[in-house]
Design a protein around this ligand. Structure first.
Ligand SMILES: [Zn+2]
Length: 493
Protein backbone atom coordinates (compact mmCIF):
# COMPACT_ATOMS: atom_id res chain seq x y z
CA UNK A 1 0.00 0.00 0.00
CA UNK A 2 1.21 3.47 -0.82
CA UNK A 3 2.30 5.55 2.14
CA UNK A 4 0.16 8.51 1.10
CA UNK A 5 -2.96 6.53 1.94
CA UNK A 6 -2.00 6.72 5.64
CA UNK A 7 -0.98 10.36 5.71
CA UNK A 8 -3.10 13.50 5.58
CA UNK A 9 -1.12 16.28 4.05
CA UNK A 10 -1.90 19.98 4.37
CA UNK A 11 -0.45 22.69 2.15
CA UNK A 12 -0.61 26.46 2.37
CA UNK A 13 -2.53 27.62 -0.69
CA UNK A 14 -1.62 31.22 -1.53
CA UNK A 15 -4.91 31.62 -3.35
CA UNK A 16 -7.05 31.05 -0.24
CA UNK A 17 -4.35 32.20 2.19
CA UNK A 18 -5.09 29.07 4.21
CA UNK A 19 -3.68 25.66 4.91
CA UNK A 20 -5.83 23.19 3.01
CA UNK A 21 -6.02 19.40 3.03
CA UNK A 22 -4.13 18.29 -0.04
CA UNK A 23 -6.22 16.15 -2.36
CA UNK A 24 -4.71 15.46 -5.76
CA UNK A 25 -6.96 15.79 -8.80
CA UNK A 26 -6.13 12.23 -9.89
CA UNK A 27 -5.58 9.76 -7.07
CA UNK A 28 -1.98 8.72 -6.70
CA UNK A 29 -0.75 11.28 -9.23
CA UNK A 30 0.57 14.78 -8.82
CA UNK A 31 1.24 17.43 -11.45
CA UNK A 32 3.54 20.20 -10.26
CA UNK A 33 4.80 23.21 -12.20
CA UNK A 34 7.49 25.54 -10.86
CA UNK A 35 8.72 28.70 -12.58
CA UNK A 36 12.36 28.14 -13.45
CA UNK A 37 15.22 30.58 -13.94
CA UNK A 38 15.73 33.23 -16.61
CA UNK A 39 19.13 32.08 -17.83
CA UNK A 40 20.99 35.36 -18.36
CA UNK A 41 23.33 35.22 -15.33
CA UNK A 42 24.68 32.76 -12.76
CA UNK A 43 21.97 31.46 -10.47
CA UNK A 44 22.16 33.19 -7.09
CA UNK A 45 21.63 31.63 -3.73
CA UNK A 46 18.18 33.15 -3.23
CA UNK A 47 16.93 31.39 -6.37
CA UNK A 48 18.56 28.19 -5.18
CA UNK A 49 16.52 28.39 -1.99
CA UNK A 50 13.25 28.61 -3.94
CA UNK A 51 14.14 25.67 -6.15
CA UNK A 52 15.42 23.70 -3.15
CA UNK A 53 12.08 24.15 -1.38
CA UNK A 54 10.29 22.59 -4.34
CA UNK A 55 12.94 19.89 -4.66
CA UNK A 56 12.17 18.93 -1.04
CA UNK A 57 8.41 18.95 -1.79
CA UNK A 58 8.99 16.83 -4.93
CA UNK A 59 11.10 14.40 -2.87
CA UNK A 60 8.48 14.08 -0.14
CA UNK A 61 5.66 13.40 -2.63
CA UNK A 62 7.80 10.75 -4.28
CA UNK A 63 8.60 9.20 -0.93
CA UNK A 64 4.87 9.01 -0.12
CA UNK A 65 4.43 6.94 -3.26
CA UNK A 66 2.80 9.49 -5.56
CA UNK A 67 3.62 9.41 -9.24
CA UNK A 68 4.79 12.98 -9.71
CA UNK A 69 5.23 14.83 -12.97
CA UNK A 70 7.35 17.81 -12.04
CA UNK A 71 7.78 20.48 -14.72
CA UNK A 72 10.27 23.29 -14.17
CA UNK A 73 10.85 25.56 -17.13
CA UNK A 74 13.83 27.48 -18.45
CA UNK A 75 13.05 31.06 -19.51
CA UNK A 76 15.23 31.69 -22.53
CA UNK A 77 13.27 34.49 -24.20
CA UNK A 78 10.60 37.08 -23.50
CA UNK A 79 11.68 38.17 -20.01
CA UNK A 80 12.31 41.90 -20.28
CA UNK A 81 14.22 44.11 -17.89
CA UNK A 82 12.48 45.04 -14.63
CA UNK A 83 9.85 42.39 -15.41
CA UNK A 84 8.16 45.09 -17.51
CA UNK A 85 6.65 45.22 -20.99
CA UNK A 86 9.23 47.67 -22.26
CA UNK A 87 12.98 47.53 -22.26
CA UNK A 88 15.44 45.02 -23.51
CA UNK A 89 15.18 41.26 -23.35
CA UNK A 90 17.46 40.20 -20.47
CA UNK A 91 19.15 37.51 -22.55
CA UNK A 92 19.58 39.65 -25.68
CA UNK A 93 21.10 42.42 -23.56
CA UNK A 94 23.66 40.06 -22.05
CA UNK A 95 24.47 38.66 -25.51
CA UNK A 96 25.16 42.16 -26.80
CA UNK A 97 27.31 42.93 -23.77
CA UNK A 98 29.41 39.79 -24.16
CA UNK A 99 29.27 39.86 -27.99
CA UNK A 100 27.92 36.33 -28.27
CA UNK A 101 24.73 34.76 -29.58
CA UNK A 102 21.70 34.87 -27.28
CA UNK A 103 21.62 31.07 -27.39
CA UNK A 104 25.23 31.02 -26.15
CA UNK A 105 24.07 33.06 -23.15
CA UNK A 106 21.25 30.59 -22.62
CA UNK A 107 23.58 27.59 -22.89
CA UNK A 108 26.22 29.04 -20.56
CA UNK A 109 23.83 29.88 -17.76
CA UNK A 110 21.68 26.79 -18.16
CA UNK A 111 24.83 24.71 -17.64
CA UNK A 112 25.73 26.81 -14.58
CA UNK A 113 22.21 26.35 -13.22
CA UNK A 114 22.34 22.57 -13.62
CA UNK A 115 25.85 22.28 -12.18
CA UNK A 116 24.91 24.33 -9.12
CA UNK A 117 21.73 22.37 -8.49
CA UNK A 118 23.62 19.13 -8.84
CA UNK A 119 26.09 20.23 -6.15
CA UNK A 120 23.11 20.80 -3.86
CA UNK A 121 21.90 17.27 -4.67
CA UNK A 122 18.71 18.27 -6.51
CA UNK A 123 16.64 15.67 -8.30
CA UNK A 124 16.10 16.62 -11.94
CA UNK A 125 12.51 17.58 -12.82
CA UNK A 126 10.49 15.25 -15.04
CA UNK A 127 10.38 17.82 -17.86
CA UNK A 128 12.40 21.01 -18.28
CA UNK A 129 10.81 22.85 -21.21
CA UNK A 130 12.04 26.13 -22.68
CA UNK A 131 10.09 29.21 -23.75
CA UNK A 132 11.70 29.24 -27.21
CA UNK A 133 10.68 25.62 -27.73
CA UNK A 134 7.00 26.53 -27.24
CA UNK A 135 6.39 29.59 -29.41
CA UNK A 136 3.66 27.84 -31.43
CA UNK A 137 1.73 26.90 -28.28
CA UNK A 138 2.01 30.46 -27.02
CA UNK A 139 0.72 31.90 -30.30
CA UNK A 140 -2.27 29.52 -30.09
CA UNK A 141 -3.18 30.81 -26.62
CA UNK A 142 -2.94 34.43 -27.81
CA UNK A 143 -5.35 33.58 -30.66
CA UNK A 144 -7.81 32.08 -28.16
CA UNK A 145 -7.62 35.11 -25.86
CA UNK A 146 -8.14 37.45 -28.86
CA UNK A 147 -11.15 35.38 -29.98
CA UNK A 148 -12.70 35.60 -26.53
CA UNK A 149 -12.27 39.38 -26.64
CA UNK A 150 -9.81 39.75 -23.74
CA UNK A 151 -6.92 41.03 -25.81
CA UNK A 152 -6.31 43.55 -28.59
CA UNK A 153 -3.72 44.09 -31.26
CA UNK A 154 -1.80 47.35 -31.48
CA UNK A 155 0.93 48.04 -34.01
CA UNK A 156 2.13 44.42 -34.27
CA UNK A 157 1.91 43.75 -30.53
CA UNK A 158 -0.92 42.06 -28.62
CA UNK A 159 -1.95 43.18 -25.13
CA UNK A 160 -4.15 41.56 -22.52
CA UNK A 161 -7.13 43.78 -21.67
CA UNK A 162 -7.09 43.73 -17.87
CA UNK A 163 -10.09 46.07 -17.41
CA UNK A 164 -12.27 44.02 -19.73
CA UNK A 165 -11.18 40.81 -17.98
CA UNK A 166 -11.94 42.28 -14.58
CA UNK A 167 -15.58 42.93 -15.57
CA UNK A 168 -16.28 39.19 -15.48
CA UNK A 169 -13.29 37.85 -13.48
CA UNK A 170 -11.22 38.97 -10.55
CA UNK A 171 -7.80 40.30 -11.48
CA UNK A 172 -5.59 40.44 -8.37
CA UNK A 173 -7.11 37.59 -6.40
CA UNK A 174 -3.83 35.74 -5.90
CA UNK A 175 -1.77 38.71 -4.77
CA UNK A 176 -4.67 40.30 -2.88
CA UNK A 177 -4.56 43.46 -4.98
CA UNK A 178 -7.55 45.44 -6.12
CA UNK A 179 -7.65 46.74 -9.66
CA UNK A 180 -9.02 50.13 -8.48
CA UNK A 181 -5.95 50.58 -6.25
CA UNK A 182 -3.64 49.59 -9.06
CA UNK A 183 -5.30 52.15 -11.33
CA UNK A 184 -5.05 54.86 -8.66
CA UNK A 185 -1.34 54.17 -8.23
CA UNK A 186 -0.19 54.13 -11.84
CA UNK A 187 0.82 56.91 -14.16
CA UNK A 188 -1.36 58.10 -17.02
CA UNK A 189 -0.65 56.65 -20.44
CA UNK A 190 1.15 58.93 -22.88
CA UNK A 191 0.14 59.40 -26.51
CA UNK A 192 2.96 57.03 -27.62
CA UNK A 193 1.67 54.15 -25.50
CA UNK A 194 0.08 51.33 -27.42
CA UNK A 195 -1.77 49.99 -24.38
CA UNK A 196 -5.33 50.99 -23.66
CA UNK A 197 -4.60 50.96 -19.94
CA UNK A 198 -1.36 50.88 -17.94
CA UNK A 199 -2.42 47.61 -16.24
CA UNK A 200 -2.60 45.75 -19.55
CA UNK A 201 0.29 43.40 -20.17
CA UNK A 202 1.96 42.11 -23.33
CA UNK A 203 1.07 38.72 -24.78
CA UNK A 204 3.10 39.36 -27.90
CA UNK A 205 5.63 42.11 -28.57
CA UNK A 206 6.55 43.35 -32.00
CA UNK A 207 10.29 42.90 -32.61
CA UNK A 208 12.11 46.06 -33.63
CA UNK A 209 14.54 45.52 -36.54
CA UNK A 210 17.54 45.25 -34.18
CA UNK A 211 15.86 42.64 -31.96
CA UNK A 212 17.58 39.28 -32.64
CA UNK A 213 15.21 36.93 -30.82
CA UNK A 214 12.13 36.98 -33.10
CA UNK A 215 9.55 34.62 -34.49
CA UNK A 216 6.85 34.99 -37.18
CA UNK A 217 3.26 35.29 -35.98
CA UNK A 218 -0.14 36.37 -37.32
CA UNK A 219 0.72 39.86 -36.01
CA UNK A 220 4.16 40.07 -37.60
CA UNK A 221 7.65 39.20 -36.34
CA UNK A 222 7.96 39.38 -32.59
CA UNK A 223 8.35 37.46 -29.36
CA UNK A 224 6.01 36.30 -26.60
CA UNK A 225 5.35 38.16 -23.35
CA UNK A 226 7.05 36.67 -20.29
CA UNK A 227 3.92 35.45 -18.48
CA UNK A 228 2.62 33.48 -21.43
CA UNK A 229 5.26 30.75 -21.55
CA UNK A 230 4.26 29.34 -18.16
CA UNK A 231 0.59 29.15 -19.12
CA UNK A 232 1.55 27.37 -22.35
CA UNK A 233 4.05 24.91 -20.89
CA UNK A 234 2.21 24.06 -17.67
CA UNK A 235 -1.03 23.18 -19.46
CA UNK A 236 0.76 21.41 -22.32
CA UNK A 237 2.49 18.96 -19.97
CA UNK A 238 0.12 18.86 -17.00
CA UNK A 239 -3.27 19.38 -18.62
CA UNK A 240 -6.04 21.91 -18.13
CA UNK A 241 -6.22 21.09 -14.42
CA UNK A 242 -3.17 20.27 -12.33
CA UNK A 243 -2.33 20.17 -8.64
CA UNK A 244 0.48 22.53 -7.76
CA UNK A 245 1.97 25.68 -9.21
CA UNK A 246 4.99 26.97 -7.34
CA UNK A 247 7.52 29.73 -7.48
CA UNK A 248 9.20 32.45 -5.48
CA UNK A 249 7.05 34.88 -3.49
CA UNK A 250 8.21 37.70 -5.80
CA UNK A 251 6.46 36.00 -8.73
CA UNK A 252 2.96 36.28 -7.23
CA UNK A 253 2.51 39.62 -8.91
CA UNK A 254 2.50 40.27 -11.76
CA UNK A 255 3.73 36.94 -13.13
CA UNK A 256 1.35 34.45 -11.51
CA UNK A 257 -1.57 36.86 -11.46
CA UNK A 258 -1.15 37.24 -15.22
CA UNK A 259 -0.92 33.47 -15.67
CA UNK A 260 -4.30 33.08 -13.94
CA UNK A 261 -5.79 35.82 -16.13
CA UNK A 262 -4.44 34.23 -19.33
CA UNK A 263 -5.81 30.81 -18.42
CA UNK A 264 -9.23 32.08 -17.33
CA UNK A 265 -9.49 34.24 -20.46
CA UNK A 266 -8.55 31.44 -22.86
CA UNK A 267 -9.96 28.31 -21.19
CA UNK A 268 -12.56 29.73 -18.82
CA UNK A 269 -10.71 28.58 -15.72
CA UNK A 270 -7.28 28.50 -14.12
CA UNK A 271 -5.67 25.04 -14.22
CA UNK A 272 -4.05 25.35 -10.78
CA UNK A 273 -5.54 23.79 -7.64
CA UNK A 274 -2.87 24.84 -5.10
CA UNK A 275 -0.53 27.83 -5.42
CA UNK A 276 2.62 27.43 -3.32
CA UNK A 277 5.12 30.24 -2.79
CA UNK A 278 8.59 29.98 -1.30
CA UNK A 279 9.93 32.91 0.67
CA UNK A 280 13.16 34.76 0.10
CA UNK A 281 16.67 34.51 1.43
CA UNK A 282 18.18 37.66 2.93
CA UNK A 283 21.86 38.28 3.58
CA UNK A 284 22.96 39.72 6.92
CA UNK A 285 19.45 41.02 7.54
CA UNK A 286 19.11 42.82 4.20
CA UNK A 287 17.51 42.01 0.90
CA UNK A 288 19.98 40.50 -1.56
CA UNK A 289 20.73 42.83 -4.41
CA UNK A 290 23.34 42.87 -7.12
CA UNK A 291 23.40 46.66 -7.26
CA UNK A 292 24.24 47.18 -3.56
CA UNK A 293 26.71 44.28 -3.51
CA UNK A 294 24.73 42.55 -0.74
CA UNK A 295 24.78 39.39 -2.76
CA UNK A 296 26.28 35.92 -2.67
CA UNK A 297 26.67 33.12 -5.20
CA UNK A 298 26.70 29.40 -4.43
CA UNK A 299 30.25 29.07 -5.79
CA UNK A 300 31.42 31.68 -3.23
CA UNK A 301 29.95 29.63 -0.38
CA UNK A 302 31.61 26.44 -1.61
CA UNK A 303 35.03 28.17 -1.80
CA UNK A 304 34.63 30.68 1.04
CA UNK A 305 35.55 33.47 -1.37
CA UNK A 306 33.26 36.20 -0.15
CA UNK A 307 34.10 38.83 2.45
CA UNK A 308 31.16 37.93 4.66
CA UNK A 309 32.39 34.33 5.07
CA UNK A 310 35.05 33.09 7.48
CA UNK A 311 35.40 29.80 5.62
CA UNK A 312 34.00 27.55 2.91
CA UNK A 313 30.90 25.41 3.47
CA UNK A 314 29.98 22.05 1.99
CA UNK A 315 26.81 22.08 -0.16
CA UNK A 316 25.02 19.73 2.24
CA UNK A 317 25.75 22.01 5.20
CA UNK A 318 24.18 24.87 3.21
CA UNK A 319 21.24 22.67 2.26
CA UNK A 320 20.80 21.77 5.92
CA UNK A 321 20.84 25.50 6.77
CA UNK A 322 18.04 26.11 4.23
CA UNK A 323 15.97 23.19 5.52
CA UNK A 324 16.15 24.54 9.08
CA UNK A 325 13.66 27.23 8.05
CA UNK A 326 10.12 26.69 6.84
CA UNK A 327 9.89 27.34 3.11
CA UNK A 328 7.28 30.11 3.59
CA UNK A 329 9.45 32.03 6.11
CA UNK A 330 12.12 34.57 5.29
CA UNK A 331 15.55 33.07 6.00
CA UNK A 332 18.58 35.20 6.80
CA UNK A 333 22.00 33.97 5.78
CA UNK A 334 25.09 35.02 7.72
CA UNK A 335 28.42 33.45 8.54
CA UNK A 336 27.29 32.80 12.13
CA UNK A 337 24.13 31.09 10.95
CA UNK A 338 26.12 28.91 8.55
CA UNK A 339 28.64 28.00 11.26
CA UNK A 340 25.80 26.94 13.55
CA UNK A 341 24.16 24.92 10.78
CA UNK A 342 27.41 23.21 9.89
CA UNK A 343 27.76 22.13 13.53
CA UNK A 344 24.22 20.80 13.51
CA UNK A 345 24.76 19.02 10.22
CA UNK A 346 27.93 17.35 11.54
CA UNK A 347 26.13 16.33 14.73
CA UNK A 348 23.37 14.73 12.66
CA UNK A 349 25.87 12.87 10.46
CA UNK A 350 27.82 11.70 13.53
CA UNK A 351 24.60 10.51 15.15
CA UNK A 352 23.70 8.46 12.08
CA UNK A 353 27.21 6.99 11.99
CA UNK A 354 27.01 6.13 15.72
CA UNK A 355 23.66 4.42 15.22
CA UNK A 356 25.19 1.86 12.85
CA UNK A 357 27.63 0.72 15.54
CA UNK A 358 25.20 0.57 18.48
CA UNK A 359 24.90 -2.72 20.28
CA UNK A 360 21.31 -3.83 20.76
CA UNK A 361 19.44 -5.13 23.78
CA UNK A 362 16.18 -6.78 24.77
CA UNK A 363 14.14 -3.59 25.19
CA UNK A 364 13.88 -0.11 23.73
CA UNK A 365 13.73 3.03 25.88
CA UNK A 366 12.73 5.09 22.86
CA UNK A 367 9.35 4.64 21.15
CA UNK A 368 10.45 4.59 17.52
CA UNK A 369 6.98 4.23 16.00
CA UNK A 370 5.61 7.27 17.78
CA UNK A 371 8.72 9.25 16.90
CA UNK A 372 8.49 8.14 13.26
CA UNK A 373 4.88 9.33 12.94
CA UNK A 374 5.92 12.69 14.44
CA UNK A 375 8.39 13.04 11.57
CA UNK A 376 5.57 12.41 9.09
CA UNK A 377 3.24 14.77 10.96
CA UNK A 378 5.83 17.54 10.63
CA UNK A 379 6.14 17.01 6.89
CA UNK A 380 2.38 16.61 6.49
CA UNK A 381 1.93 20.03 8.07
CA UNK A 382 2.86 22.05 4.97
CA UNK A 383 6.34 20.47 4.73
CA UNK A 384 7.54 21.71 8.11
CA UNK A 385 11.23 20.80 7.79
CA UNK A 386 12.39 22.75 10.92
CA UNK A 387 10.06 20.66 13.10
CA UNK A 388 11.17 17.52 11.29
CA UNK A 389 14.81 18.42 12.00
CA UNK A 390 13.98 18.93 15.69
CA UNK A 391 12.64 15.35 15.74
CA UNK A 392 15.76 14.10 13.96
CA UNK A 393 17.87 15.63 16.73
CA UNK A 394 15.63 14.01 19.31
CA UNK A 395 16.63 10.68 17.77
CA UNK A 396 20.31 11.69 17.85
CA UNK A 397 19.95 12.47 21.57
CA UNK A 398 18.65 8.94 22.18
CA UNK A 399 21.37 7.41 19.98
CA UNK A 400 24.00 9.11 22.13
CA UNK A 401 22.34 7.93 25.35
CA UNK A 402 22.27 4.36 24.03
CA UNK A 403 25.92 4.68 23.04
CA UNK A 404 26.75 5.80 26.59
CA UNK A 405 24.90 2.78 27.94
CA UNK A 406 22.18 4.90 29.60
CA UNK A 407 19.42 3.63 27.32
CA UNK A 408 18.95 0.55 25.15
CA UNK A 409 17.37 -0.36 21.80
CA UNK A 410 16.25 -3.65 20.23
CA UNK A 411 17.66 -4.89 16.93
CA UNK A 412 14.28 -4.42 15.25
CA UNK A 413 13.93 -0.83 16.49
CA UNK A 414 17.48 -0.05 15.50
CA UNK A 415 16.72 -1.10 11.91
CA UNK A 416 13.51 0.94 11.87
CA UNK A 417 15.31 3.97 13.28
CA UNK A 418 18.11 3.68 10.74
CA UNK A 419 15.69 3.29 7.83
CA UNK A 420 13.57 6.22 8.99
CA UNK A 421 16.59 8.47 9.45
CA UNK A 422 17.92 7.49 6.02
CA UNK A 423 14.53 8.27 4.50
CA UNK A 424 14.13 11.73 5.99
CA UNK A 425 17.76 12.86 5.98
CA UNK A 426 18.83 11.59 2.55
CA UNK A 427 15.64 11.00 0.53
CA UNK A 428 13.36 13.77 1.78
CA UNK A 429 15.50 16.73 2.82
CA UNK A 430 18.14 15.63 0.34
CA UNK A 431 21.33 15.82 2.40
CA UNK A 432 24.44 13.88 1.52
CA UNK A 433 27.10 12.69 3.92
CA UNK A 434 29.90 15.04 2.91
CA UNK A 435 33.13 15.47 4.80
CA UNK A 436 33.07 18.95 6.21
CA UNK A 437 35.47 20.83 8.35
CA UNK A 438 35.34 19.47 11.85
CA UNK A 439 37.05 20.78 14.92
CA UNK A 440 40.81 20.48 15.19
CA UNK A 441 40.75 17.56 17.59
CA UNK A 442 40.96 15.06 14.75
CA UNK A 443 44.17 14.03 13.05
CA UNK A 444 43.47 15.87 9.81
CA UNK A 445 42.94 19.10 11.73
CA UNK A 446 46.35 18.63 13.39
CA UNK A 447 48.07 17.94 10.07
CA UNK A 448 46.39 20.95 8.50
CA UNK A 449 47.47 23.18 11.38
CA UNK A 450 51.03 22.01 10.82
CA UNK A 451 50.88 22.70 7.07
CA UNK A 452 49.33 26.13 7.60
CA UNK A 453 52.06 26.94 10.11
CA UNK A 454 54.82 25.79 7.70
CA UNK A 455 53.25 27.89 4.95
CA UNK A 456 53.12 30.93 7.24
CA UNK A 457 56.80 30.44 8.11
CA UNK A 458 57.68 30.17 4.43
CA UNK A 459 55.80 33.40 3.71
CA UNK A 460 57.47 35.15 6.64
CA UNK A 461 60.82 34.12 5.13
CA UNK A 462 59.64 35.38 1.72
CA UNK A 463 59.99 31.81 0.42
CA UNK A 464 56.93 32.12 -1.80
CA UNK A 465 57.88 29.11 -3.91
CA UNK A 466 57.34 26.87 -0.89
CA UNK A 467 54.20 28.64 0.37
CA UNK A 468 52.64 28.45 -3.11
CA UNK A 469 53.65 24.82 -3.41
CA UNK A 470 51.84 23.95 -0.17
CA UNK A 471 48.71 25.74 -1.29
CA UNK A 472 48.73 24.26 -4.83
CA UNK A 473 49.37 20.69 -3.69
CA UNK A 474 46.52 20.99 -1.19
CA UNK A 475 44.25 22.42 -3.89
CA UNK A 476 45.11 19.44 -6.10
CA UNK A 477 43.98 17.21 -3.21
CA UNK A 478 40.70 19.10 -3.01
CA UNK A 479 41.65 21.09 0.11
CA UNK A 480 41.19 24.84 -0.16
CA UNK A 481 43.07 27.28 2.06
CA UNK A 482 41.41 30.57 2.85
CA UNK A 483 43.29 33.51 4.33
CA UNK A 484 41.12 35.67 6.54
CA UNK A 485 41.63 38.35 9.16
CA UNK A 486 41.65 35.71 11.90
CA UNK A 487 44.26 33.56 10.19
CA UNK A 488 44.05 30.76 7.64
CA UNK A 489 41.28 28.19 7.54
CA UNK A 490 40.65 25.30 5.20
CA UNK A 491 37.83 23.42 3.57
CA UNK A 492 37.53 20.10 1.78
CA UNK A 493 35.59 19.81 -1.45
ZN1 LIG B 1 6.49 31.28 -14.64
Amino acid sequence: MQLYKNQTLKVHNSLSGKKEVFQPINEGHIGMYVCGPTVYSNVHLGNCRTFMSFDMIFRYFKHLGFKVRYVRNITDAGHLENDADDGEDKIAKKAKLEQIEPMEVVQRYTVDFHNTLQKFNFLPPSIEPTATGHIIEQIEIIKEILEKGYAYEANGSVYFDVLKFNESNEYGKLSGRKLEDMIANTRELTAQDEKRNPQDFALWKKAEPQHIMRWPSPWGDGFPGWHLECTAMSTKYLGEAFDIHGGGMDLKFPHHECEIAQAEASKGKSPVKYWLHANMLTLNGKKMSKSTGNNIYPSEIFTGENDILSKAYAPSAVRFFMMQAHYTSILDLSDDALLASEKGYNRLMDGMENLKNLSTGTKSDFDINTWRQKCYDAMNDDFNTPILIAHLFDAVKHINLIKEGKESITEEDKTLLLNTLNTFVYDVIGLENQSTVKDDSNALGGVMDLLIELRNQARANKDFATSDQIRDKLTALGIQLKDGKDGTSFSIN
